[in-house]
Design a protein around this ligand. Sequence first.
Ligand SMILES: Cc1cc2nc3c(=O)[nH]c(=O)nc-3n(C[C@H](O)[C@H](O)[C@H](O)COP(=O)(O)OP(=O)(O)OC[C@H]3O[C@@H](n4cnc5c(N)ncnc54)[C@H](O)[C@@H]3O)c2cc1C
Length: 464
Amino acid sequence: MPHHVIIGGGPVATNALETIRQFDDSPITIVCDEPAHSRMALPYWLAGQVVREHTMTADDAYFKKLDVDARIGSRVTKVDTSANELTLSNGGTVAYDNLLIATGSSPVALPIPGTDLPGVTPLWNLAHTQGVLDAVEGIAKPRVAMIGSGFIGMIMLNAMYKRGWTLTVVEREPQILPRMLNGEAAAIAETWLGKKGVDVHTGTTVTKITDAGGTKKIELASGQSIEADVVVVAVGIAPNVDFLEGSDIEHTAGTGGAVPVNDRMQTNISNVYAGGDIACGPVLFGDDEVHPIQPTAVDHGRIAGANMAGQNVQYPGSLLMNILDVCGLQCASFGQWQSGADTMTMNNPTGNVYRSLVWVGDQLTGATFVGQANDMGMLTDVGMAKGIMQTQTSLGPWKEFLAENPFDIRRPYVAAGVAAKLRNTTLIGKASKMRQYQFGGAKATATPSAEHAVFVADRGVGGS
Ligand SMILES: Cc1cc2nc3c(=O)[nH]c(=O)nc-3n(C[C@H](O)[C@H](O)[C@H](O)COP(=O)(O)OP(=O)(O)OC[C@H]3O[C@@H](n4cnc5c(N)ncnc54)[C@H](O)[C@@H]3O)c2cc1C
């Protein structure tokens, strides 16, 4: 049986190894420099809603149960595809038959003076999160300045808002969330942040950070300055590909260094797979892209795992989705959300409501939603719009219905049979199994009701 080796311990890695185990008992080795955990859970730890251990997604017992040789704390420094061998930072080597590269991405640096000061930090991993919690220890109302207002930065900002900290955001572009919302939608979110006491500076850059007795002074090109106890630098990410230098695994400048993959998650080397933040792969609408989000990482892990285990499954493509709580204002965008030639827009800034639906023919290919967290209708509409896009359903006459009734997505969703399609969709032709890891060995205690069971019980599509 082939020896599968996975580099990484995030959602791509854990989903891949659990998927392989759905098919066979072949040997699996996982190499990761951090404990296996979910970066998506870090905001809950930062907000004080869970403890650090709750961000973990695997432990020794889990790896033992799945018969996985886990090299946690080891870093891969080189891949030799002609010898089918990895080199580790301790000088050791690991041979593979199939390799999955699932090394994710890292924050990029901001090239200005002062970013090396204590208390100036990215906020991306376990160590950064612990560092921020340590830095504000003993400060009654910490002041945090966030440089950059991208999706992940704003997720962490929301966690700090829950803590009641004093927050400032600096964004170089003329609007916040420039890669997630258009100007009209972002204006609603920015006004909302102002009402929540968050100080937002857009259209200006940080030129320098200095420290006087622990207080950081952030100087802006606009001439203003901000004082903070902690400065978070969140100005973008880049895929972790340093260890691929010198290998013949393609990772092109055109995709920001990411690794191109086909619809089986194979790289240009057929026994080397890649997935998640590091991979540039098929998307539902448009050309191949990097989608550095959790749902894409999970899908990539499952597709790669199935194919490594000898199956032949093709990925239809990922749907870009960013769903964000901006201090109580829900913002979401999907697919090709940037307004196109055929876009329906509803903008009500006084009601804090914005929606746009982007079409190609009668197919919904992108959408944006802004609305308050207590607007249940909006929250269910977000899910239904996502389902319509994921199933690539042609809505026919229901498109005109939506033009007249933009707040009634439910009718087209039901009439076009989207729920039924979703229910019968599996990524790998086999229903997924319950995760094998529960924190502290906890068991799920809830029993699904009859209505709920239909969604969570075995769907009978080819096994457990
Ligand atoms: C704070 C935060 C909040 C987020 N929230 C959301 C959210 O709400 N929704 C959403 O969709 N997405 C969210 N994301 C994004 C999501 O977490 C990522 O898209 C996802 O983790 C990518 O999974 P991955 O398996 O590709 O990589 P990662 O989860 O990054 O895992 C890769 C692992 O490989 C390790 N590694 C790297 N290089 C090497 C090497 N050479 N040798 C050994 N190990 C190596 C890394 O240290 C890391 O532990 C969030 C991300 C962050 C940081």
